[in-house]
Design a protein around this ligand. Structure first.
Ligand SMILES: Cc1cc2nc3c(=O)[nH]c(=O)nc-3n(C[C@H](O)[C@H](O)[C@H](O)COP(=O)(O)OP(=O)(O)OC[C@H]3O[C@@H](n4cnc5c(N)ncnc54)[C@H](O)[C@@H]3O)c2cc1C
Ligand code: SF4
Length: 532
């Protein structure tokens, strides 16, 4: 535990059974922690409920086997996943920790482009000031003006980026030699910030907690900057069900204390869900809110990008200093399919090779052993393609399956379209050209089938027939229920989602604070609501 975490945790705990908070937030990832920051700073009392414990931040947090194979942060509740044409679902166990996936993220913090907002109920111009605020909150290091399809910016980045490492320079030079415009990826890692410690640019960043707390995850940024007198974090507590009145108002949250199994009823004037694009719809469905959703979109339109990692073997050691080199991004082809497919193509990013012992288990099938033996001679690029929102791709509650707390287990059902795969393969072909030009001899592709970029399962919309949330991300059928995680996104766009989730959580928090100041979230009835 570091000082930041201690200061949030050691707030004098109120009597949860009798206190009515202004706002209760479920989930402490980018969305939930950002809302906790903004709402507590707006003078509201906030209770943040998170099923995971605090990050350990010890030597084992940088151990590839412990984190990526043995699942040190893996939760006990299964998520069933049926994908890629499989008839039967398989069990997976998502990580659970205070800070959510920000703890494991690779730091890439890009804005969506103005064109990505064509099917959204808000425009890029409306979100722009919140993007700027999100970059300040997460202390993003980047350089404006180099990204060939960069959207308009009202501010510069808070910090200049780190100098390029050797492996990143190799990718930059060879991509530029192909006529592309590679630029330095904006990242939320503490290279030049004022707080200690600074990043030591180690090799175990993407996918790992930062042992020394130099990654700008939300425990080091949003929770640290929240008002400690107004924020209470209740870790290791599962949000089980919302109590819903006949008018759609939420009157309480039934929660389970994981330490003792005790059931609690927690109350607030307004409720903010941020349990992630898989967890939030599961909680809403468990609470019977599907019956109040007129659009039928709750749990549906699950997206996660269509991603692949391309690795090439080189005749030399590609990263002899063993540094983090997730520093380069290529967006040149971002708009190339917009006219024909209505989506972005996506981006290519530099990426570190996972540790040898991990490659041996998770490398491309048929080549695991060979790849692990030559791991220090491999360099990889990550291709992130936009995927389409399809109603068939969804989160639902698995029939007759409950977890150890007696709660219905969630099931993700997902298939990519041909067009999704084509966009990814176009990026992969370009990534191969870059790596071959850089001296790569032979390459393999590993397709990514995790839900690390999941979004879309409670999309916001201009009408309640078309989406689950109104433009303020308030559940159309409930005056005091808001959602701030990646669920709200009607399309996935072609860049990593965290900065957009953070920006939107700041926007929604502004609206919610205004609603509460006017007494609206507590008093307005469905159908008679206005959007501020
Ligand atoms: C390895 C990895 C690398 C990534 N790298 C990047 C990157 O470089 N850039 C980028 O933009 N994105 C990246 N991402 C994606 C990014 O981390 C996610 O998009 C983002 O964290 C989602 O934020 P969120 O707030 O929507 O949800 P989450 O971060 O998933 O947070 C949800 C939280 O809710 C909690 N929760 C769930 N259910 C309950 C419940 N019933 N009760 C209480 N709590 C609950 C969970 O434990 C979790 O803490 C990466 C993801 C992974 C896994
Ligand atoms: S690269 Fe920096 S921020 Fe990332 S885990 Fe290593 S020290 Fe932490």
């Amino acid at each position: 535990m570091n000082a930041v975490e201690a200061s949030v945790r050691d707030v004098a705990a109120p009597d949860f059974a009798t206190t009515t908070f202004d706002v209760l937030i479920v989930g402490s990832g980018f969305g939930g922690a950002t809302a906790a920051y903004a709402l507590s700073r707006a003078g509201l009392s906030v209770l943040l409920v998170e099923r995971g414990g605090w990050p350990h931040r010890d030597e084992t947090d940088w151990n590839g086997r412990a984190i990526l194979l043995d699942g040190r942060y893996r939760g006990e509740t299964p998520l069933l996943v049926r994908q890629n044409g499989a008839r039967e679902p398989i069990e997976t166990f998502p990580n659970e920790v205070v800070g959510g996936n920000s703890i494991f993220f690779g730091g890439a913090t890009l804005r969506l482009r103005a064109t990505d907002f064509e099917r959204w109920p808000v425009s890029y111009a409306e979100l722009e000031p919140y993007y700027a605020a999100a970059e300040a909150l997460l202390e993003v290091h980047g350089r404006a003006g180099e990204d060939p399809c960069e959207p308009p910016r009202s501010t510069d980045y808070p910090f200049a980026p780190l100098e390029l490492t050797g492996p990143a320079r190799r990718i930059r030079d060879e991509a530029a030699a192909l006529g592309l415009h590679p630029f330095q990826l904006p990242v939320a890692l503490n290279h030049r910030g004022e707080r200690a410690p600074r990043c030591i640019n180690c090799f175990t960043c993407d996918g790992f907690p930062c042992r020394i707390g130099a990654k700008n995850d939300v425990t080091q940024t949003a929770l640290k900057k929240a008002d400690p007198a107004r924020l209470t974090v209740l870790a290791r507590t599962i949000a089980a069900r919302l109590a819903v009145g006949s008018d759609g108002r939420i009157s309480g949250l039934e929660a389970i204390d994981r330490a003792g199994g005790r059931r609690l009823t927690l109350r607030a004037r307004a409720y903010v869900l941020s349990a992630g694009a898989l967890g939030t719809p599961a909680l809403m469905l468990r609470s019977g809110l599907g019956a109040l959703d007129r659009s039928g979109a709750l749990g549906r339109y699950l997206m996660r990008h269509c991603n692949g990692m391309v690795g090439y073997v080189f005749p030399f050691r590609t990263n002899p200093e063993a540094v983090n080199h997730k520093q380069i991004c290529v967006t040149d082809r971002y708009e190339s399919v917009r006219a024909s497919e209505g989506t972005a193509l996506g981006v290519i990013q530099d990426m570190c090779m996972p540790p040898r012992e991990v490659v041996r288990v998770l490398g491309p099938s048929g080549f695991r052993w060979a790849a692990s033996l030559s791991a220090d001679r491999i360099q990889t690029l990550l291709c992130i393609a936009e995927d389409e929102p399809r109603a068939e791709n969804r989160i639902e509650l698995a029939p007759e399956r409950t977890d150890s707390s007696g709660l219905p287990v969630a099931q993700a059902i997902h298939e990519y379209t041909e067009a999704d795969r084509r966009r990814r393969d176009t990026l992969i072909a370009l990534a191969r050209r870059i790596l071959r030009r850089a001296g790569g001899l032979a390459g393999k592709v590993r397709l990514i089938d995790s839900f690390s970029h999941a979004v879309g399962t409670a999309r916001f919309s201009r009408s309640r027939e078309d989406g689950v949330l109104d433009p303020d991300c308030r559940f159309w059928a409930s005056p005091n229920l808001f959602v701030v995680d990646g669920c709200f996104m009607p399309t996935s766009g072609g860049v990593n989602p965290s900065l957009t989730i953070t920006a939107n959580a700041l926007r929604v928090s502004d609206r919610l604070a205004a609603h509460l100041a006017r007494g609206q979230a507590a008093t307005t009835t469905p159908g008679a609501r206005e959007v501020a």
